[in-house]
Design a protein around this ligand. Structure first.
Ligand code: NAD
Ligand code: IPM
Ligand code: MN
Length: 357
């Protein structure tokens, strides 16, 4: 039975990296007889330029209909002065909330070949394999009320609301416990229980859920300590579960443990396991158009897509093995370049993965 993949290249380096991932997907599609069909649509700044809005109705309906979505990145200086509701990032956030993609998995795995590309000492990061489970459709990103208002004294005040309901905490908690069950059975819930009531509830629900997963060892950590521990001794973690904003910040931090943010893929799923897959990084306006961006996070996101949404584990493994092989060959984009390696462009990296498949 054929399955449909919607490509959303977006802005900045988005089209450059999605083009490479698309080639890789088309190749495994043939090799493994997957019967995937491909379509693409506009989101973010490119959608604003073409239609006036960051998430056109047509894109949303194509996204709803697709079996899986691969997104590049959105945003850039061109659109930074737009009011909040019309910014490119709203396109991405709108996809996440409309499709209820509440479970965001961000695995940070250090390829041994990249040990010297990490800014940490090799012994601190070698063998690193952790997953951050980030809640993606709630918390302070979506809480109401929000805005900028004028106070009686005439000064303006910005405000956002940090909220989580029990059911939102419970559903992301279950995904995290199940993820831990399939791994080393250690789950660390990251919160700010000492200051924020939302996370008092968060911790209570995680403790309650842990009774259903007696084989998983649950611990709790404050987010500030977690940020420190991630660079002090990251291998103490197996699975981390946390809210939307803490997860955003900690996952960029974890990316650096793997050598570059250009290496970190992600999966965002809803209850029906429909998923949107994207690199954790942004549109990198500083290097867009130069053909030097690292496409591996996007290519690895495509592998996650095959695994979680397209029932094609073999093809996913083949892509991951091909990436590893290319790293063995010493090929590196600028962000992961070390002495003795061969520097390649975005397209050359994509071609090398194709050749390794
Ligand atoms: P960024 O992740 O785009 O870039 C941060 C730094 O990492 C830059 O120096 C960039 O060159 C580098 N980098 C990122 N991806 C890379 C890659 N694949 N290869 C090599 N280097 C890479 O973050 P930013 O600069 O804070 O944000 C830029 C824009 O992207 C903003 O508009 C922001 O809102 C948006 N953004 C979008 C997403 C997304 O679409 N998922 C994620 C983060 C940021
Ligand atoms: C990410 C990004 C997004 C987020 C932005 C672009 C809305 O930083 O996917 O990590 O904050 O979730
Ligand atoms: Mn982010």
């Amino acid at each position: 039975m054929s399955k449909s993949v919607l490509l959303l290249p977006g802005d900045g380096i988005g089209p450059e990296i999605v083009a490479e991932a698309e080639k890789v997907l088309r190749k495994v599609n043939e090799q493994f007889g997957l019967e995937l069909t491909f379509d693409s649509a506009l989101v973010g700044g490119s959608a604003i330029d073409a239609t006036g809005v960051p998430l056109p109705e047509e894109t949303l309906s194509s996204a709803r209909a697709a079996d899986a979505i691969l997104l590049g990145a959105v945003g850039g200086p061109k659109w930074d002065d737009l009011e909040m509701a019309r910014r490119p990032e709203k396109g991405l956030l709108g996809l996440r909330s409309n499709l209820e993609l509440f479970a965001n998995l961000r695995p940070a795995i250090l390829y041994p070949q990249l040990a010297s590309a990490s800014s940490l000492k090799p012994e601190v990061v070698s063998g690193l394999d952790i997953v951050i489970v980030r809640e993606l459709t709630g918390g302070i990103y979506f809480g109401q009320p929000r805005g900028i208002r004028e106070l009686e004294n005439g000064e303006r005040q910005g405000y956002n609301t940090y909220v989580y309901s029990e059911s939102e905490i419970r559903r992301i908690g279950r995904v995290a416990f199940e993820t831990a069950q399939q791994r080393n059975k250690k789950l660390c819930s990251v919160d700010k229980h000492n200051v924020l009531e939302v996370t008092v509830l968060w911790r209570e629900i995680m403790d309650e859920l842990s009774k259903d997963y007696p084989d998983v060892e649950l611990s709790h950590m404050y987010v500030d300590n977690a940020a420190m521990q991630l660079v002090r001794a990251p291998k103490q973690f197996d699975v981390i579960v946390t809210g939307n904003m803490f997860g955003d910040i900690l996952s960029d931090e974890a990316a650096m443990l793997t050598g570059s943010i250009g290496m970190l893929p992600s999966a965002s799923m809803n209850a029906a396991k429909q998923g949107m897959y994207e690199p954790c990084h942004g549109s990198a306006p500083d290097i867009a158009g130069q053909g030097i961006a690292n496409p591996l996070a996007t290519i690895l996101s495509a592998a996650m897509m095959l695994r979680y949404s397209l029932d094609a584990e073999e093809a996913a493994k083949a892509i991951e093995a091909a990436v590893s092989k290319v790293l063995d060959q010493g090929l590196r984009t600028a962000d992961i370049m070390s002495e003795g390696n061969t520097r390649v462009s975005t397209a050359e990296m994509g071609e090398a993965v194709l050749a390794a498949l």
